[in-house]
Write a protein of this length. Sequence first.
Lengths: 196, 195
Amino acid sequence: MHRVLSIAALVACVASTAQASVFFTNISVTGPAGLIGTPGIITGTRDIDISFNGNAGLVGEPTNLFSPIMPIVITYDVASDEGPLNSATLSLLGAASGNGTVSCVTQVRTLPLPGAVIGNNAAGYNLDNPPPTFTQISFSQGAATFRVTQTITFGATNTAAVDFAQLSLVEMHFAPAPGATALLGVGGLLMFRRRR
Amino acid sequence: MNRTLASFGIAILMGVVGSASAAITYSNISVSGSVASPRTVTQGSNDIDFAFASPGGVVGDTVAPIRWGNIVITFDVLSTSGPITSDIASFLGAVLGSGVIIFNEVIEDNITGAIIASANRTINVASGLPLTVPINFTAPSTNFKVKKTFFLYAPETAGVDLAQIGLVEQRFVPTPGGVALCLAGCLVAVRRRRS
């Protein structure tokens, strides 16, 4: 009996790990047209990549578009079919030269709106703190549906040096809840106990 | 005696077969950016190559007025050769005059979501190309995502200004899983013979 249960637990675990996903909807990227261009958006099992090409995501000497400039705002809704999510990892990849800076403020709010703010983070890079920049955003409580809002501000003023701030890729990866791993452990323990 | 030898033979064969059939597979390969085309992607057993042909991968005098551009590469890696603990990124191309290439890379475990490696380099005429960057993982992984970006810039000066990336290669270094499997098989065979 124990063996049947443990095998069932293992099968359920493997199946849930294979099929569990995070879904992204209502994806929006807004900002000055020249700064956002046509962003590339790729969603994976648990992550979302937003990329900027050419003149997009670039402020400073190459484009003669200097700060102050309106920021890029990214929003999307996240729904998990594997239970509440507790954290996310943010990665920013790009380049900075001279006085160029890129800063990204992330807010995570439960749905439906207005909801509660469960995650806040500020990250960025410049010449002294060069990219890639990555940071873990821990949520104050688990949530299976929530909205992510990211405000990305570019800074670069014209000096005699080569000044620019460039952002190529913004990625958010949502880690699965540890439930599937725990289930696997329970199944293994049951099998071990049965054998003994 | 013959049975022992046969057991050893089978164990060694299993190890060799396991090692031979083990591989690294790449999926969800994405290459984008303003100077990302034309390009070719070639996959090997332990490596993946991204080659760019002009006007792809180049900015500066030879393709003026294009003086800046970027390349974004992402792909997933799944290893059946055991956990991977490091990789070697190699870049071939050219930088002249004011040309500069800024490279970023992040490697993220697909299961835990943790960043297990990162790297950056600024390549200019002083540092030159080719460049090899060894990247050690903070934790072994069999399932991870690689994200890399290149920003190329070659502002006009009186000289010849160029930033060009022709080939990006990434070689992954698995732990010797096949050898371990073979040794484990031999040990099991010896133990069974003795008992």
